[in-house]
Design a protein around this ligand. Sequence first.
Ligand SMILES: [Zn+2]
Length: 342
Amino acid sequence: MDTFAATLLERPSRLWHSAAMQETQSILQQLTSPEAFIYAFTFVLGLLVGSFLNVCISRLPREEPAEQSIVKPRSHCPKCKTPIAWYDNIPLLSYLLLGGKCRACKTKISVVYPIVELLTGLLFLTSASAFGLTLFAVKWIIFACLMIVLVFTDIIARTLPDQVTLVGLSVAFVFAIFLFLGDGAAETLSLRLFAFPPPAPVLSFVDALFGATFGGGLVWFVGVAYFKVRGRQGMGFGDVKMMAMIGAFLGLKRAFLTILFGSLLGSLLGSLVIITLFSRGWKIDVAERGFRQGLGSVRKLRWTLASRYWLPFGTYLGIAALIVVFWGTPLLDWYLRISGIR
Ligand SMILES: [Zn+2]
């Protein structure tokens, strides 16, 4: 027997397809491993919670307290009022099977519903894979849910309900006591003030307090300054409360990073929204209306457009905060480097 054939017989693993087979087996093993089931379960749980968040998004901004209930009445089509059967209320799947239309009256269902469900599912999955099955994952899942609700109520109804921001703020302080923030601001300060280090829960709570006060405070200050300079309101007190809540969850450094990042996103996405609207024929409509009303200058025209179609600041803050949670450390390193702090 020649040596080549002998090698093949003796060491079958050398064959190219045996390596591929081993690879396939390991993928199969991964897919049927306990972790895979946990991830799948987390994702499905996220989809279900997402469908509950949809109810919050559509009901919390209502003016009447009676209409704000998130348990009653049962979901129904906003157009024909037909109650939605359970089999038409399965997250994501029902939307796809119904082709995005109400079964009874064929009215188009808002694409926001499946987007919120998918987004929640993905954020559940991301939290579970980033933080494992720990309380940290629970904390960031709750944070992600609060952010999703605020991002969408601000887009749809231009409001950030207190039920979300203030409850979120309290939840953040409770989490800070037993899941340490480790922002570093409170520790640095305490080392200058005391000869002994205060206990970790105290430091963490103070970190949350710093984040809430200075995060919310900065947004409040910018809002007041903007009002003084431009004579019109750029952001409301809802943004301040939302930022205080984000600060209490993230701590001081990441709160500032969120504001910086939210403002950058705002100018970037804001311009994109306006360009899209222009390219879709809004130009003619708005220009005609603007000029008929005697708003001659392009600058005024641009302002009219911006104030009406600009996405609200709370939406940008929410997106920025989620980015900071999941990519915070590399972003923070970069930010401290370019700003010369490190
Ligand atoms: Zn209907």
